[in-house]
Design a binder for this molecule. Structure first.
Ligand code: FAD
Length: 589
């Protein structure tokens, strides 16, 4: 059988070690689908229900495995649907290849049906590499170049194939004469080679760190392969470890050296130690919220990042180290003087213990309606020691940040920098594909889940035992609280009745579904769902009036919050019954 371009593409993906493509067919990619079909023994095509989910799946796959994620969509609407998930990959620095269709070349420019110029549309998201393939002889060279760009720059690359090109006979590799040799066959080529640090940069970094008296570390997802090294360096410097939310998995939450997260969803001790430290070591992070970092001039800063262009983005840096986090910390450790005065660390360890006790108190099982903190704690308690938790943007991120404990080999993922709604479930589907033996749990709000809930059907249809926990407050909870904090009366953030019954949806899909509103039934329902051999969903009614309070409440936030209540927030009685009451009473007195 004559090889067509679609198959040449699929074969080249296989040669690069790609084993999964997430996507949805359409009349703009029939030739590509035929190519995928011909390689189906080696290349799994995961058929989804919405292209946005396919892009989230490719992104989630890349986040969890460190390998290239690949998604495919038809021309026009399909390609447009991919965009949000692709921006998630771009903003969180993970490699994804997007493959789309295009009208056939003979009708381009003729206002033909679905003629959307995706290379133009993708100019921003796929700025690293973005090409419409117009000649079969461009393959497989352009596939190699696209993949190399995605991997080297940890970003999105895009190839668009017109219909006629997809089914054209595959040509010769135009680069073969220039670069002979075997095509890439090892999956090792899909991962980043570690980059060591320059000695001069390390010497400067060590000098700054050794001179510090109150050293803090801020570690992000770029340090995910450097857990032991982060802990060793923190121990030598007697430095508390603060984690970004995306970097939550880097160090276990129950490790004595960490004070947890930073930012609105962070902890009070982390925030206060940032205000007090005289030296900050940032590793593998582009933490975006400058107001939570030391004030300019307060602390000397050392930053380790693999991407030189991202160093110094948030704070002026005294020592910049462009290198892989793990290698750089290994190189740095012998250059550090072990600090004997550990008073800065122990002070914040005490504060951290007090903070944890406060968080545990909020997980009160007797609160009715169910406190979302209690819901998260029940999942936390029942989940395995290597479970993966994904979550959406919204109040769920706060509950996960504070009540999902990284211990053992547990992991945690969310859309960090795009902060989009809806990736929780698609991430979970992709990660379950990548790690069939592990427990994968999506902790989502009713808002985010409703956006892409058809992907629960994908999980059932692909026999993926993902677990979905819906934190159902029947509202856009995060926005509700933002309106209140800004001093506006709440508007258009609570859904009208009827409330959706997502458990019924799960059962209608052929999965397990339970609806819970009684706190006493919650632990048993969570355990049962997690033990269920197939896809399972628990739709849990939680208190919609539970405020996701910042670790350290700022005066303006609290003032607006208080004023909004005193002005007559419609749900004030219910909300006052929660933790906010104490804070408000404090401010009133
Ligand atoms: P990134 O921004 O992805 O940065 C990772 C860095 O590591 C990059 O600079 C990269 O170049 C570098 N890197 C990659 N690989 C390596 C390597 N091998 N060696 C060295 N460097 C490497 N975040 C918070 O921290 N606190 C909050 O309160 C918070 N609230 C949020 C609320 C919501 C609802 C949502 C959705 C998100 C929230 N976030 C919060 C996430 C936040 O927006 C950022 O995405 C996050 O802080 C960035 O974390 P990061 O720096 O670890 O990751």
């Amino acid at each position: 059988m004559q090889e067509i371009v679609g198959e040449s593409l699929a074969r080249r993906l296989v040669e690069w070690g790609v084993d999964t493509v997430f996507g949805l067919p359409g009349d703009g990619i029939n030739g590509l689908m035929e190519g995928f079909r011909r390689q189906r023994e080696k290349l799994r095509f995961v058929l989804v229900h919405h292209e946005e989910a396919a892009a989230f799946m490719a992104t989630g796959y890349a986040k969890a495995t460190g390998r290239l994620g690949v998604c495919a969509a038809t021309s026009g609407p399909g390609a447009i649907h991919l965009l949000n998930g692709l921006y998630d990959a771009k903003l969180d620095h993970v490699p994804v290849l997007a493959i789309t269709g295009m009208q056939e070349t003979s009708v381009l420019g003729a206002h033909y049906q679905q003629e959307v110029h995706t290379p133009l549309l993708y100019q921003d998201v796929a700025e690293a590499y973005n090409l419409m393939v117009t000649n079969p002889r461009q393959l497989p060279g352009v596939v190699d170049i696209a993949i190399r760009h995605a991997l080297a720059k940890r970003t999105v690359a895009h190839l668009s194939f017109p219909n006629d090109v997809q089914v054209a006979p595959a040509g010769e590799d135009p680069y073969r004469s220039v670069s002979p040799g075997a095509p890439p066959t090892s999956s090792a080529v899909l991962s980043q080679p570690p980059v060591p640090a320059a000695q001069a940069d390390l010497a400067r970094a060590a000098e700054v760190l050794n001179a510090g008296r109150k050293v803090a570390m801020l570690v992000g997802i770029g340090a995910r392969r450097a857990r032991d090294e982060v802990i060793a360096v923190a121990d030598a410097l007697a430095s508390p470890i603060v984690k970004t939310l995306s970097g939550k998995l880097v160090v276990p939450d129950d490790h004595p050296l960490t004070t947890g997260g930073l930012g609105l969803l962070g902890t009070k001790p982390s925030e206060e130690l940032m205000e007090e430290c005289d030296t900050l070591l940032m590793v593998g992070t582009s933490f975006p919220y400058g107001k939570y970092l030391p004030a300019p001039g307060q602390a000397r800063v050392v930053q380790i990042d693999i991407d030189a262009s991202l160093i110094g983005m948030r704070l002026p840096v005294d020592a910049a180290v462009t290198a892989d986090a793990r290698l750089a910390l290994q190189q740095l450790l012998p250059m550090l003087q072990t600090r004997t005065d550990r008073s800065f660390l122990t002070k914040y360890q005490r504060e951290r213990d007090a903070w944890r006790a406060d968080m545990t108190a909020l997980q009160d099982p007797s609160r009715d309606p169910i406190a979302p903190q209690y819901l998260m704690s029940c999942v936390d308690e029942a989940a395995t020691s290597d479970a993966i938790l994904t979550c959406d943007s919204g109040t769920v991120a706060t509950w996960a940040a504070r009540h999902w404990t990284i211990r053992g080999n547990r992991e945690f993922y969310l859309s960090g920098n795009l902060a989009t709604m809806a990736p929780g479930l698609p991430y979970a589907v992709a990660m379950q594909h990548a790690y069939p033996g592990r427990q994968v749990i999506a902790f989502v709000g009713d808002g985010g889940f409703a956006m892409l809930m058809a992907e629960f059907l994908t999980a059932v249809r692909h026999d993926l035992p993902v677990k979905v926990i819906v934190n159902n407050n029947n509202s856009y909870g995060q926005i509700l609280w933002e309106q209140i904090v800004l001093g506006y009366p709440e508007y258009a953030v609570r859904h009208r009745q009827p409330e959706a019954d997502f458990a019924a949806w799960a059962r209608a899909c052929g999965g397990y579904g339970a609806k819970i509103s009684d706190p006493k039934s919650l632990p048993g329902a969570i355990r049962e769902a997690l033990a269920h051999p197939g896809p399972a969903l628990v739709d849990c009614d939680v208190n919609p009036n539970e405020p996701p309070m910042p670790g350290k409440v700022g005066y303006d936030q609290a003032k607006h919050f208080t004023e909004a209540f005193l002005r007559g927030q419609p749900h004030k009685a219910a909300t006052l019954a929660t933790v906010a009451r104490d804070k408000i009473n404090e401010l009133r007195s």
